[in-house]
Design a protein around this ligand. Structure first.
Ligand code: F6R
Length: 240
């Protein structure tokens, strides 16, 4: 793992954006694995700015998101479908037909099989990950098998509490989601993990220094050959 710690979030997100700008200039037809949540928002803002400044184009880019809630109305602002349009896709020149998000509204078996097949056919060049305070990646909660593929998962109470900040109440936070599996995440040629804030510091410590165990899903990243971890000093504070 290549671990970098930044004194400011500004410097952290500049560094991550630079990686994307460089990679997109080397290969304008990248297949990107994308994440939602609070963590990637400043990165998406920087990528929108880079697009506006004509430093990058998304015309040839394909995207695959990690996950989607199950049971939210399609008009709900917190569906990851709506999140991605609001935070990135509506502001750049991406072909929306080349953007993919697991479908939380159709028959579950069909949705899982469709996404598994799509991922098999479209190897991901760079997978972006945030990390849950319980060590989840995607919505692969603790004790998800490392060999899992896209599946339906019951969200951990901790995750629902963490994410309730974006809903009117805990009751409104969905109980289930569809998520890319751990084995599919590991297929990405390159993985970029971003973590900021003290509430991630335990999970970050376990991801990097802890044993590789299904009880802390992100720990499996120790076994991937090409992982870059971008941390602010708060998220990194248990490492030293
Ligand atoms: C999002 C995802 C999750 C989040 C994680 C951290 O697509 O798969 O693993 O990355 O829950 O969320 P934030 O960034 O909101 O702290």
């Amino acid at each position: 793992m290549n671990i970098q710690v930044f004194q400011s979030k500004e410097a952290l997100y500049d560094a991550v954006a630079k990686v994307y700008i460089d990679r997109l200039n080397q290969n304008p037809n990248l297949t990107l694995g994308l994440a939602t949540g609070t963590t990637p928002i400043p990165l998406y803002k920087k990528l929108i700015k880079a697009y506006q400044e004509k430093l990058i184009s998304f015309k040839g880019v394909k995207t695959f998101n990690l996950d989607e809630y199950i049971g939210l109305d399609e008009s709900h602002p917190e569906t990851y479908f709506n999140f991605m349009r609001r935070e990135l896709f509506n502001h750049v020149d991406i072909d929306l037909n080349q953007t993919h998000i697991p479908n939380g509204r159709i028959d579950f078996n069909e949705a899982m099989k469709d996404y598994q097949l799509l991922l098999q056919e479209n190897p991901i060049d760079i997978q972006l990950l945030g990390i849950g305070s319980n060590g989840h990646i995607g919505f692969n909660e603790p004790n998800t098998p490392f060999d899992s593929k896209t599946h339906i998962i019951e969200l951990a109470l901790k995750t629902r509490i963490d994410n309730s900040r974006l809903f009117n109440s805990l009751d409104e936070v969905p109980t289930h989601a569809i998520t890319m599996g751990i084995s599919e995440i590991l297929e990405a040629k390159e993985i970029i993990v971003i973590a900021t804030g003290k509430n991630k510091s335990d999970a970050v410590y376990e991801m990097i220094k802890g044993p590789v165990t299904e009880s802390l899903p992100a720990s499996i990243l120790q076994r991937h050959k090409n992982v870059m971890v971008f941390l602010d000093t708060d998220a990194a504070h248990k490492l030293t």
